[in-house]
Design a protein around this ligand. Structure first.
Ligand code: SF4
Length: 450
């Protein structure tokens, strides 16, 4: 019997699309399976302290950090063999814990076949994937679940010495059957993947091997929402996943959902493009969309330019004005951008003050420099020092199996500028941002003061 092991970091009150697609693909083939649900076992924002390791620690990309980490076993149930095991990894801590679980399975059942897939693998470097492959028989990167199953079910016990990394670049090759999983109050529904813009300097998208842009049929998305609503009327929140909606796909999806009329509130995220207007806001609201996340990243044209965001402050402000009043609007900001000047930050404060009343929530995130991004590839050019072991702005975690690279500024004056700016932003965002964001910024401050 095949065992599907879920992500440990996924939320206990949300049903992830990845699990729905996996179980649907397995059931379609008539493979008998069971699910080991580990969701909520560890908090993404409060991981076990052992996982948080500096890049100068001995456990960094060291196999013994996983093979000898007995402490992890307290978080992991025993998996009964000898059938194959398929691990689903949403975030980097999942990769580490699943690797440990795979090691345990193989100690107990030396011929067991194990595979790992999921979005946590997408952003890993070749070196990290090679390292991960030491613990599994298959590392699967991509969406075509059937390809992974072909390989996995084709393996006979003991025939899995190759340890390959398998890439796929197409969309999922099956339709999801939500009746196969427990539907919780929140559900994610896959609406496509890939980004038509693909030029943000902080994003790994430009260097991904898989840059196929796929928009799922709006009718199929609407049918999924109907399916979810019919199966569990108590579902109160659906997230439509899509890296970057085009105007056409967004409008057609909203129209299809409105026609289907499932009456489950849903939320989406999209870029603050010039096409975001009041008519779109009305269309979204009429279809049941209640929340929109806009990854604005900055509210000053010069900072947006450093980030390579491809929209202007005017576009963002216009989009926020259009959406306000129709949907709950959350704005993502990226803090600690390199190469900024004090006057740019002052201008950002002024713009934020001018729109704060029409924004429901702000998510101020510290910049993460990720594998494959322009910031990582040409760090010096942007004033970024990678793998810093002192005064780091963002350190990595998970023994080097995270997509994030520890970094700090080349010019330490930038730190002082940003910390001062963060104090002002925090005052502006009172009642509109969660405390955990500011706590993270305080930890940066504390490290620097040491
Ligand atoms: S951050 Fe978003 S919009 Fe920018 S390149 Fe990445 S996926 Fe595209």
């Amino acid at each position: 019997m095949l065992q599907i092991v879920t992500s440990l970091t996924s939320s206990r009150d949300r049903t992830e699309a990845a699990l729905v697609y996996l179980t649907s693909a397995v059931a379609k083939r008539g493979i008998s399976y069971s699910t080991v649900d580990l969701s909520g076992t560890i908090g993404y924002h409060s991981p076990p302290p052992q996982l948080v390791q500096s890049c100068s620690d001995s456990g960094w990309l060291n196999p013994s950090s996983i093979t000898e980490a007995d402490w992890m076993d307290a978080y992991l149930p025993k998996i009964e063999g000898p059938g194959p095991v398929l691990f689903s990894a949403q975030f980097s801590p999942d990769v580490v814990f699943h690797a440990r679980q795979s090691v345990r399975c193989k100690r107990r059942y030396p011929h067991i076949v194990t595979a790992i897939g999921g979005c946590a693998l997408t952003g890993l470097s070749a070196e990290q994937l090679e390292f991960t492959s030491r613990f599994f028989d298959l590392v699967f990167v991509g969406y075509e679940v059937d390809k992974a199953l072909d390989w996995l079910m084709g393996q006979k016990e003991g025939s899995s010495a190759r340890r390959p990394v398998l890439f796929s670049d197409g969309p999922p090759d099956i339709e999801p059957d939500y009746s196969l999983v427990e539907l919780r109050s929140g559900v994610t529904v896959y609406s496509g993947h890939g980004c038509y813009y693909a030029r943000c300097r902080f994003c790994d998208y430009p260097s991904r091997s898989n840059r196929h842009v796929f928009y799922r049929s709006p009718q199929k998305v609407a049918t999924d929402l109907r399916q979810v609503a019919d199966l569990n009327p108590r579902v109160s929140d659906i997230t439509l996943t899509q890296d970057a909606y085009s105007e056409k796909q967004l409008r057609e999806t909203a129209a299809a959902v409105a026609m289907e009329g499932p009456e489950v509130p849903y939320h989406v995220m999209f870029r603050a493009e010039p096409w975001v207007n009041r008519d779109l806001a009305k269309t979204l609201a009429a279809s049941g969309c209640t929340e929109v996340f806009i990854g604005a990243e900055a509210l000053d044209d010069r900072i947006l330019n450093v980030l390579g965001k491809g929209v202007t402050t005017n576009h963002i402000v216009k989009a926020l004005r259009a959406l306000s009043g129709y949907v709950h609007v959350t704005v993502g900001l990226v803090l600690f951008v390199p190469g900024v000047e004090e006057r740019w930050l002052h201008s950002q404060e002024k713009t934020l003050a001018s729109v704060i009343d029409i924004v429901d929530e702000i998510e101020p995130e510290i910049l993460t420099v990720v594998n494959g991004s322009e910031f990582a590839n040409s760090a010096r050019k942007y004033g970024i020092r990678l793998y810093a072991d002192d005064h780091w702005v963002n350190d990595s975690w998970c023994f080097g199996l995270s997509q994030d690279i520890p970094w700090t500024f080349e010019n330490s004056d930038s730190l002082g500028l940003w910390l001062e700016h963060c104090d002002k932003l925090k005052d502006l965002c009172v009642g509109r941002s969660r405390g955990e964001y500011w706590e993270r910024i305080n930890r940066v401050r504390e490290r620097i003061m040491k």
